[in-house]
Design a protein around this ligand. Structure first.
Ligand SMILES: Nc1ncnc2c1ncn2[C@@H]1O[C@H](COP(=O)(O)OP(=O)(O)OP(=O)(O)O)[C@@H](O)[C@H]1O
Length: 579
């Protein structure tokens, strides 16, 4: 992370926090009143001991008690109000950043920067929100009023005041030691717990494969190992933190008793009244309570601090998208100019200096052996992976000149591995739109030859599916993926291995869909291994090892390939790796 990016991310987080600045001030003022009202107890004690018992006046006792009930009621009310205000500050903070963090995490996961931070982004935001809403942060609002209580003790007797201050200093040193000693342990506990959770989720998601391949024992063993590491780290952290909490609690109780003892001595010396002795001990308890609370809740502070740091990196590296000038709907002309693409986080290019042009109404078959860079090209042309060098243009404008969501609506992308969202088939075809266009959903399904198949399902278009397809077969998922790609009249289609799961009828329907798209003036890129998928292609782009080997009319390129094969065979060499 560059220093500038970090500063920008931190400024964004601070701005979200500072939008509630006036509410923080309101909480500070409520805290001032609540802390002043906390003097009620000690003052009541002082008066009961020194006045009521001395004068034996029931009337004074009743009057004082009525006053105390009123003051405690006020204190309770204000305490409740400040708690509710803090809850709302926390909710505002999260609401303001939720979408921004979500979208930054989404973009970071397919980009080279801040990928690690993206994994926990939403959790990190929540950990800050939880801290703001917790009694722990409220305790930090009470902390500045500790001097008020110490002043009260000093007024009772300076020696008591010095004892209280010395005790508080010891407690603060212990709190700092707690912070220092648990920091690394808590970091380790948080990280290992996240890793074991992730592994558990992955194993559950791939449960079919885990069970079919007899991986249950091995998977469970690995998960158990991760879980044990997380448990050990968490025990270490809670042991240390819990130890400090216990010592601090015992020390605070001891200190209060010491105050009482010293107070009693001063009373015996005639330097103080018994009421002041009791009140002094209570005041000390009030002054030290926030320190104890902060130490006990230190893991929440630590989680929020780590989260804040990671979000600083994420938001600094993944800046909000600048609004773009709206361009007219483009023609289906795609040109790649010397495009080089690095997969996210990699330093080696998966595609090198590739150039070609596809005109409206043309379909180009992208062929090449496994790992040649076909899917990489698909991701680059759809705008998912930005080229490290060169330009990809749609109707003359480079892809980054389009708003990503608008560009997405121009793209009909069928990825190599189709995943669906939890929802109905209709919602999936309609790209999870909140207001799906039924007629368009059916049109897209018909174009993908999925209509009849969908009607045969128990609830037709309203059949619920899961991310892995649920009741759907591989071929059915692929057809729904194709219908999704065709939904909303995209400008161009990018179909990555579109017929890998299709039967003959499916392949025929796919070819019809490609013909229709060409007739409608769209252009189509088909990444393919199987010859049937390139039947409708006018052009062939052959890539190997990330570089362009050949590009031109289909027959010419195929003839050239056959020629090469013959020559290689004749010279006794081995055939090329083209599928
Ligand atoms: N997400 C990724 N992270 C890192 N490297 C990747 C990623 N995706 C692909 N690569 C690398 O990029 C190169 C090209 O992969 P790509 O998936 O584009 O090949 P392909 O031609 O589509 O292969 P196949 O026909 O097997 O699908 C490979 O060396 C691969 O290891």
């Amino acid at each position: 992370m560059t220093h500038d990016a970090g500063a920008i991310g931190a400024a964004e987080l601070r701005a979200a926090r500072n939008q509630s600045l006036w509410l923080f001030w309101a909480v500070a003022i409520f805290s001032l009143i609540v802390n002043v009202l906390m003097l009620t107890g000690p003052l009541y004690m002082l008066n009961v001991y020194d006045r009521v018992l001395g004068s034996r006046s029931v009337a004074t006792l009743v009057a004082l008690s009525v006053l105390v009930v009123f003051l405690y009621a006020m204190m309770g009310l204000l305490d409740m109000v400040r708690g509710r205000v803090m809850n709302r500050i926390a909710a505002r903070f999260q609401a303001r950043l939720d979408q921004r963090v979500f979208s930054a995490a989404l973009r970071a996961s397919s980009g080279p920067k801040a990928r690690a931070e993206a994994a926990t982004a939403q959790r990190d935001l929540e950990s800050i929100q939880r801290l703001i809403a917790s009694p722990a942060l409220m305790a930090s609002f009470d902390l500045p009023f500790a001097p008020l209580f110490f002043l009260g003790i000093f007024i009772f007797h300076p020696i008591l005041g010095f004892l209280g201050l010395a005790g508080a200093a010891v407690l603060i040193v212990m709190a700092l030691a707690n912070q220092l000693m648990t920091r690394k342990q808590l970091e380790e506990a948080n990280a290992t717990s996240f890793r074991s959770e992730q592994l558990g989720t992955q194993i559950r998601q791939d449960s079919d494969m885990v069970q079919a391949l007899g991986m249950r024992g091995a998977a469970f063993g690995r998960w158990n190992e991760a879980r044990s590491r997380s448990l050990t780290a968490s025990i270490d952290a809670t042991d240390t933190g819990g130890g400090f909490s216990a010592v601090i609690k015992a020390f605070r109780l001891l200190l209060q008793s010491a105050m009482l003892g010293l107070g009693a001595y001063l009373v015996l010396q005639g330097e103080m009244t018994p009421g002041a002795m009791i009140a002094g001990s209570i005041l000390l308890g009030r002054a030290l309570a926030p320190i104890e609370m902060i130490v006990n809740q230190w893991p929440s502070f630590q989680r929020a601090r780590e989260g804040w740091h990671r979000l600083t990196v994420l938001l600094g590296e993944v800046r909000p998208e600048e609004p773009r000038t709206t361009l007219p709907r483009p023609r289906a002309r795609i040109s790649c100019e010397q495009v080089t693409v690095l997969p996210p986080g990699e330093s080696q290019a998966a595609l090198r200096m590739v150039s070609f042009v596809v005109e409206p109404g043309q379909a180009v078959g992208v062929i090449g052996p496994s790992g040649a860079g076909k899917s990489t090209l698909a991701r680059a042309v759809t705008g998912l992976w930005r080229p490290a060098a060169g330009k990809i243009r749609l109707d003359g404008a480079s892809l980054d000149q389009y708003d990503p969501d608008v560009l997405g609506s121009y793209v009909g992308y069928l990825p190599q591995q189709v995943t669906l969202f939890d929802g109905t088939i209709k919602e999936n075809i309609a790209r999870m739109s909140r207001s799906p266009d039924d007629a368009e959903v059916v049109r897209a399904a018909k174009a993908a030859a999925a209509h009849e198949m969908i009607l045969k399902l128990p609830d037709g278009y309203d059949t619920p599916v899961s991310s892995k397809g649920g009741r759907l077969s591989g071929g059915q998922i692929q057809r729904i993926g194709l219908a999704r790609a065709l939904y909303g009249d995209p400008v161009f289609l990018v179909l990555d291995e579109p017929n890998s799961n299709l039967d003959n009828a499916g392949s025929t329907a796919l070819n019809q869909a490609i013909r229709d798209a060409k007739e409608a003036g769209k252009c189509v890129l088909i990444m393919a291994h199987r010859p049937a998928a390139i039947a409708e292609c006018d052009l062939i782009l052959m890539i190997e090892g990330g570089g362009r080997r050949a590009f031109g009319p289909k027959d010419e390129v195929l003839r050239e390939m056959v020629q090469n094969h013959r020559e290689i065979a004749a010279s006794g060499g081995k055939g090329g790796g083209v599928s």
